[in-house]
Each structure stands twice: as C-alpha cells, then as structure tokens.
Ligand binder design. Sequence first.
Ligand SMILES: C[S@@+](CC[C@H](N)C(=O)[O-])C[C@H]1O[C@@H](n2cnc3c(N)ncnc32)[C@H](O)[C@@H]1O
Length: 252
Amino acid sequence: MEKLLISKCNVDELKSLSLEQLSQIFSNDNIHNEWENYGSKIDSLKIPEMAGGVNSGDQRALYYLVRMLKPISILEIGTHIGSSTVALAMAALKNREEGIETKIISTDIIDVNDLNERYWKTIGSPKSPSKIIDSIGCSEIVTFEIGNSIEKMKMNRKFNMIFLDGDHSAKTLYQEIPLALNSLDDGIIILHDYFPKLESLWGSQAPIVGPFLATQRFIEEGTPFNVIPFGELPWLTKFDSKITSLACLVKI
Ligand SMILES: C[S@@+](CC[C@H](N)C(=O)[O-])C[C@H]1O[C@@H](n2cnc3c(N)ncnc32)[C@H](O)[C@@H]1O
C-alpha cells in the first residue's frame, strides 16, 4: 500500500460488539416477522441486483442492524442506486413507529439524483434514489448529499452508525476510517466488501482488497479496534450462498 502519513484513530466512541451479539441481532424473531412485510416492499421497488448496490441479503442485514441498534443518526458513504439506502430507510421508518427518529444522510461523490444525467437509468434502476425514497414515505428521513467522503466526514457532525461503501481503495479507506471514528457518537462503522485475509468469499470471484488492507494496517499499527466479518447470515445473499462481505469495526 502507498505510504501515507500514519492516521491517528480515536476509538472512544466505537461500540464493542461481539460476534455473539451480532448473531443475536440477525436471529431476532420479531425482526424476522416484520421483514416478511418490509423485505417484499423493498423487492417491489425493482432496484436491480448485481448492479453495484448491496445484494438483497445485505439489505436485510442492514435493516436488522438499524432495527436492533436503533441509531438516531446514520451516515452512508456511497448512495449509488440506493439499494442500501432503502434498507436503512425502511428500518428508520419502522423505528419511528416506536418513537425513535432515525435520520439518514446518504452521500455520493456524484449527483446520483441528477435529472439530466439520470445515473440510475445507466445502471438499469427504474427511479432515482430520491424518488425511491419518496415513494416509500421516507423523504423526511433521508437527506441526499453530494461530495467526497473525506470532506463530508470533516464537517464536525456526529453519527451512531456509519456505512462505508464508497471508494473501496485502501488509500481512501485509510483516510476515511479515522474521520469516521471521530464522527461517531457511541456507534458502529460498517464496512462493505470486506474480504478477510484477502480470500475469495464466492468461489473464483476475486476479492476487493482495500477494506481489508486499510483496516489491517491500523490493527498492525496498534489501533485498538478489531474487524468482525459478519460471515454467514441466516438467509441467502448472492451466488446461492449465505455469505456476506459486510463487517463492522468494534472497540477492543
Ligand atoms: C459500491 S457503490 C455503493 C452502493 C450503494 N451503497 C448501494 O447499495 O446501492 C459506490 C458508490 O460510492 C461512490 N463514491 C466513490 N468514491 C467516493 C467518495 N470518495 N466519496 C463519496 N462517494 C464515493 C460512487 O460514486 C458509487 O456510487
């Protein structure tokens, strides 16, 4: 990896979740029941699979995390076609029924909602992320922003959940992680495309190396966090498997 100035990490606000706690989140019967309804609502939006967004199994995992951890504020880096945004938003909508006002900022380096460029069309999605969010009654929950993740996380704002799914290069993640840690208020950082030990998760599919390399470097430098890969979920993800590339940072 390119030599960069060693980034200082402050893990004070990072939650210390265990794999067992995560397994409990993903096996909660109440959330299984509500997913019957919310999962099919998400399916009916016809956001394409295998088009650069998170797969439907990962959407489900994000939904469970927001329902169980009940963050008040979420930052998503990498809106793209909004696959992950809708899952986060649906969970926030359900949180609202319990009196919890979860707000989401979803940001992308390009204007994914631009009516002239129609980015979503080029990916094969029927509507822009903002139109999809309107259609599920979440326009007051989700705010879309345009800009570089680094600048967005220097804005002195606090979040209880940060989903890093933007530029997956090790160089960018090595800059994003300390900023994300500094932007946390008793929260978690979720990574996508985390390939433990750089091994493939699905047969011959080559791993994406950035998330593992960047976090590994912090760990080797003695930063007191660990990465917990979610591994196998209780439901299907992609390629007929239950494996996910989702992972989270936890305080040691
Ligand atoms: C893998 S896609 C995100 C998928 C999305 N979470 C979903 O489920 O539909 C990555 C997105 O991150 C955006 N991106 C890349 N580098 C970025 C950066 N430095 N800051 C913010 N967004 C970035 C890209 O434009 C792209 O839309």
